[in-house]
Design a protein around this ligand. Structure first.
Ligand code: NAD
Length: 358
């Protein structure tokens, strides 16, 4: 009963025309930021996360504390647990699902392939099965990834480009997610919007990403490895600041049409959309390092190696015209400004003297 009261209170809509959103992966990097933004504007938000130990669970717990403070409750559970999902929909008739739970990371797929199939394929199907069976059916916005463009040599990447050459198992599961989502849209009338995020960074970020562990290693005086392409060409990423991504997610939720298959009967075609959410400004990894050196006031010990073929592609670069047109998406934070905010958070969070400052 206490649990149910917490679920209800977290999901209570506090503004007129507010949404009622189940956010999966809410203790994650993007999920925590999106949950806070939704809650702040008056939407009802319930989080779900399995708090797995892919990276520092302490960081996930700290994000949970932050979410608690703004009134977002995060249920500890797995998207593969159909009974739990049904129970949540019994308590709250969610209008929207923001699905961000996934096994992320390109390189870890070499070590633990089954965790990608479990969360990104089986877990997603399980969630869609529940969404299709409840009444009213929610509209779903979910995180795909720029990695679906794979070994595509043509940059910038546009949504119409081929996505049939994934460079990692992670990318393959994200690509599979798009195909699976399409079938639930087509057969069951679920409204589905997939967002292909491009290298998201910022405060409360993911410790397995380069900007994060470069910062840690530079501060520790540890050598960092910078990869380069064939013939000493640079490796570049379209780094996108978390606040820009959050705005894109909220806009995707706001513009999502209703699902059309409620009650098991499909009434007309439901919406299916895929958008790039990037920054349209790829930055070489060497440049990322020099910005960090400047902000941290420490020279990095660098080693340069050829990019191994274990999942990373050489370039990412988003064409965002479609998101600009349909979502009013307009990234506004450049890498230097965004990294300044990240470094400020990092130095506070990891400073034992300032541990409670956040
Ligand atoms: P994250 O790992 O910080 O967040 C994912 C959260 O989901 C974690 O807290 C994890 O505990 C939870 N989770 C994983 N499997 C689960 C399961 N089976 N059941 C319940 N919870 C589960 O990652 P993030 O960077 O916040 O990414 C969010 C989404 O965006 C993911 O789908 C990711 O693939 C996608 N994405 C992220 C980036 C990026 O640069 N951060 C880029 C492209 C796509």
């Amino acid at each position: 009963a206490v649990w149910e009261r917490r679920v209800r209170s977290s999901a209570r809509v506090r503004s007129r025309a507010g949404l009622s959103v189940l956010v999966t992966g809410a203790a994650g990097f993007v999920g925590s930021h999106v949950s806070i933004a939704l809650k702040r504007r008056g939407d009802g938000v319930l989080g779900l996360d399995n708090f797995n130990s892919y990276y520092d669970t302490g960081l996930k717990m700290s994000r949970k504390v932050l979410l608690d403070r703004v009134g977002v409750f995060v249920v500890d559970g797995d998207i593969n647990d159909a009974d739990l999902l049904r129970k949540l929909f019994d308590v709250v008739p969610f209008t929207h699902v923001m699905h961000l739970a996934a096994q992320a990371g390109v390189r870890y797929a070499m070590q633990n392939p089954s965790s990608y199939i479990r969360s990104n394929v089986a877990g997603f199907v399980n969630l869609l099965e529940v969404c299709k069976s409840v009444n009213p059916q929610p509209s779903i916005v979910w995180a795909s990834s720029s990695s679906v463009y794979g070994l595509n040599s043509k940059v910038p990447f546009s949504e119409k480009d081929r996505t049939d050459r994934p460079a990692s198992l992670y990318a393959a599961t994200k690509k599979a997610g798009e195909a699976i989502a399409h079938t639930y849209n087509h057969i069951h009338g679920l409204s589905l919007t997939g967002l292909r995020f491009f290298t998201v960074y910022g405060p409360w970020g993911r410790p397995d990403m380069a900007y994060f562990f470069f910062t840690r290693d530079i501060l520790k005086g540890k050598q960092i490895t910078i990869f380069e392409g064939p013939d000493h060409t640079t490796v570049a990423r379209d780094f996108t600041y978390i606040d820009d991504i959050v705005r894109g997610c909220l806009s995707a939720l706001d513009t999502a049409k209703k699902s059309t298959g409620s009650g098991g009967k499909k009434k007309g075609a439901a919406q299916f959309r895929i958008f790039n959410l990037g920054n349209t400004s790829p930055i070489p990894v060497g440049k990322l390092v020099s910005i960090l050196e400047k902000l941290l006031k420490v020279k990095a010990k660098k080693k340069v190696l050829p990019l191994p073929s274990n999942g990373d592609v050489q370039f990412t670069h988003a064409n965002i015209s479609l998101a600009r047109k349909e979502l009013g998406y307009k990234p506004s934070i450049d890498l230097e400004t965004g990294l300044k905010k990240f470094v400020k958070w990092y130095l506070t969070y990891y400073d034992p003297k300032k541990k409670n400052a956040w």
